[in-house]
Design a protein around this ligand. Sequence first.
Ligand code: NAP
Length: 494
Amino acid sequence: MSVNDQPSDPRESTVVDDVAKQLLVDGKWRPATGGGTFPVEDPSTTTTLCSVADATSDDALEALAAADRAQSSWAAHPPRERGEILRRAFETITSRHEDLALLMTLEMGKPLAESRAEITYAAEFFRWFAEEAVRIDGDYTVSPNGRGRVLVLRQPVGPALMVTPWNFPMAMGTRKIGPAVAAGCTMVMKPAHQTPLTMLALGDILTEAGLPDGVLNIVTAHGAGSVMRPMIEDGRARKLTFTGSTPVGRKLIEQSAGQVLNVSMELGGNAPFLVFDDADVDAAVDGAMLAKMRNVGEACTAANRFYVHDSVAEEFTRKLTERMEALHVGRGVDDGIEVGPLIDAGQLDKVVELVDDAVAKGARVETGGSRGDGQGHYYLPTVLTGVPSSARMTREEIFGPVAPITTFTEEHEATAAANDTEFGLVSYVYTRDVQRALRISETLQAGMVGLNQGVVSNAAAPFGGVKHSGIGREGGKVGIDEYLETKYVAVGGL
Ligand code: NAP
């Protein structure tokens, strides 16, 4: 790989300059109290792109107060109009696709083609929930005794606190904001400190689309805990929705207990990728490239462990290794780049540590296995074979471009190994045997299964995990349920 550390596109500075780098509180952009800021880095060069407002706990509580004040009028806003705001925002995102993709690549590092794909995916949540806003149903039934009536209403849960990670800077936000807007909840959103710019740009788009003041407030901060904890413990928020790592999710569930907040948790993964002897190996390699290399491996859905049947292991490994070796690594803004840098020095060090640990325990490096060149946080696409179950990467999320392969002989060995993890977000299965496909899909302990498919993300489908991968679902018909409470009215006197 050779990396160009210089700006490649004259629009790079323009798209960054165009973003309001302030807090969005009660419909107004303003600096943090005391004027504090923190830097945002371009992970492909380690240079600073810009600085954004560093909110204090007072700023956070002011944002929550604005969300609280706006809640009752927003809940009464006609659902059709709430949907139309989302629809307009969908149209704007689509028309600003290229600039938003460039902005995302600059702060997150993924190649432009992947940022474009994420913008499309992110916008789909607004289109989907624009349609769902007018389909919030209820119920009216006769009591079994024939005298009373059971009336069931669904109402917005109330002000929602939202925390998102850096790996999908827009989609992880629209997957929460879309249903909250549709349901009539107000929000305080805190994006990850590495990637605040895309969320700030989204705030601008929603304001332009007609979202009333105070409905969406955005607080950017370097110290996440110091702004989130006061809001969680305050009592005015009624919901906390979090996407991020399992350890932070656990901490936030504990903090939410004091106010008995309604929580939704989209947490870490450790996805197994099973290839059976009857699989179409070429299709499995295509799927593996997507499941492993989408987002440079920095996805909760990333295939973390490959279990391949003995009879096809040599062919699968050879073809996967060839594909990984052929990938172009470099600045995501450059033409033809397929693999960008990792998000920061800490993430790069973690990948180095996990690979070194596996190799020390007997794994063989088929390709890669080391850092890349250049100033940025690059790691080479890597395939490891003979990875023992004692290797840390079989239990921990790698979050990098590393594919560890282990072989198996019997179906039950593969499913037992796949389920031998505290996580349960997604599993991938490649087989042409319909009975086996269904049997294994039922056996796998995961919220989602990719059956002969390397990507499961879809705004129309319920996304989420079991076990330590989370609580609740985002997207699909059930996605709006996370933002609604059920109220029962016992109707008498008939
Ligand atoms: P992270 O460290 O847990 O951070 C996620 C978010 O939580 C960031 O906004 C972070 O803010 C904030 N945060 C950190 N500590 C906090 C605290 N004490 N109180 C309140 N907020 C806090 O995770 P990450 O490294 O950004 O993201 C990667 C993880 O997210 C992986 O485990 C991945 O699997 C998971 N993920 C899951 C899904 C899913 O749908 N299941 C989707 C995407 C990612 P700062 O940035 O300021 O630290």
